[in-house]
Design a protein around this ligand. Structure first.
Ligand code: GLY
Length: 356
């Protein structure tokens, strides 16, 4: 088992990555079981796939365990579902010693983390991510949140889990296209922080059926853990994790969430950001070509019909705009991300030509 420490002083925690780890969760958590209630927050389909089995194994080892399900999709990230989960925990007689296990993708992790951060002013929780995106990104770093009518993730907190338990073997039971699209986030880590990893990913993509997910997840988690431990509150370095996300989020918002996968939107967004980095003289044309060659090894959706003005209107609403200034993530070189305040609206509009 690979164990990566996310160093945050007293709030440090371990990220465990190993294929087959799901079966070992009762023994990994045994030391933390002091007779409290353990609540799995998940979705019903995931309970059927993994959760009921996990719950029975935990019970066999003496854990007092119950579960709460959320609806599928973004609908779960609502004030209603948040408050329903809290009420259910009160009915289940949970208290300040209760520990939550967030079993699911980004949506489950965000809601369960927010429930943990606010139930009785904060209780302990673990992330058990079940999608590639959640394994390499959302389960690590403590971002939690829900959506309100005015926008996504406008209510939430940064509240670190006690640990992250990752079983990459889970990916084998997921739709192939879903997993492959998630590689966008993995490529991102290589692009912003580790050119050697980026080159490895490029080689691995030549034989996608043998893609070493466990190795890739481990390295991505190491990079994310390092970045979060250096900048938990996203004052500087953590912003680099938004590489490809400015245009990516705008594409998702424009096309409608669910119409384009997040990983696919990030892949397209990275192409735009690569082009912008080259135009500004940060990234050499050769390096931008290499980045595009890697991204093009994956199947990208057709976005020829997106309207640049609509994309721009979403970019302006983005959370990366602070005090009216957009902190756009660029590449100074492959493996070296940076932020720039020089990225104009025109440049963003023009960059869309590389994906349309
Ligand atoms: N998903 C980006 C971050 O955790 O900062």
């Amino acid at each position: 088992m690979k164990t990566i420490e996310l160093k945050l002083g007293e709030r440090s925690y371990d990220i465990h990555v190993e294929s087959g780890l799901l079966k070992k969760i009762p023994s990994i958590l045994a030391d933390q079981n002091h007779g409290q209630k353990w609540i799995i927050i998940s979705q019903y389909n995931l309970m059927e796939l993994f959760g009921f089995d996990l719950m029975s194994k935990l019970k066999k080892e003496g854990f007092e365990c119950d579960y709460i399900t959320l609806p599928i999709g973004e609908a779960a990230k609502s004030m209603n579902e948040f408050s329903r989960a809290i009420s259910q925990m009160i009915e289940m007689k949970c208290d300040r010693s209760t520990t939550i296990l967030a079993l699911g993708g980004g949506v489950v992790g965000d809601v369960a983390g927010f429930v943990a951060s606010s139930f009785m002013r904060g209780i302990e929780y673990y992330q058990i991510p079940t999608t590639l995106l959640a394994m390499v990104d959302s389960s690590i770093g403590g971002k939690t949140g829900i959506n309100i009518a005015e926008g996504k993730n406008l209510v939430g907190s940064i509240y670190q889990p006690q640990g992250v338990l990752i079983d990459p073997a889970i990916l084998e039971s997921l739709p192939r296209e879903e997993v492959i699209s998630g590689l966008g986030e993995v490529i991102k880590y290589g692009a912003i922080r580790d050119v050697e990893f980026l080159n490895n990913i490029s080689e691995w993509l030549d034989d996608i059926d043998s893609f070493p997910f466990e190795k890739a997840v481990q390295r991505a988690c190491e990079i994310k853990a390092e970045i979060v431990s250096l900048d938990e509150r996203e004052d500087g370095l953590r912003k680099l994790l938004n590489f490809g996300h400015t245009v990516g989020h705008a594409l998702e918002a424009h096309l409608g969430f669910g119409r384009i996968r997040h990983g696919e939107a990030v892949l397209l967004g990275m192409k735009c950001a690569g082009w912008i980095s080259e135009q500004l003289g940060f990234l050499s044309p050769l390096e931008n070509k290499s980045l595009n060659k890697i991204i093009d090894k994956l199947t990208l959706p057709n976005v020829s019909k997106v309207d640049p003005n609509t994309i721009l209107s979403f970019v302006k609403k983005d959370k990366k705009v602070r005090n009216g200034i957009l902190h756009f993530v660029v590449l100074d070189a492959l493996g070296k991300g940076n932020t720039s305040e020089l990225v104009s609206e025109t440049l963003i509009m023009n960059s869309l030509k590389v994906i349309r």
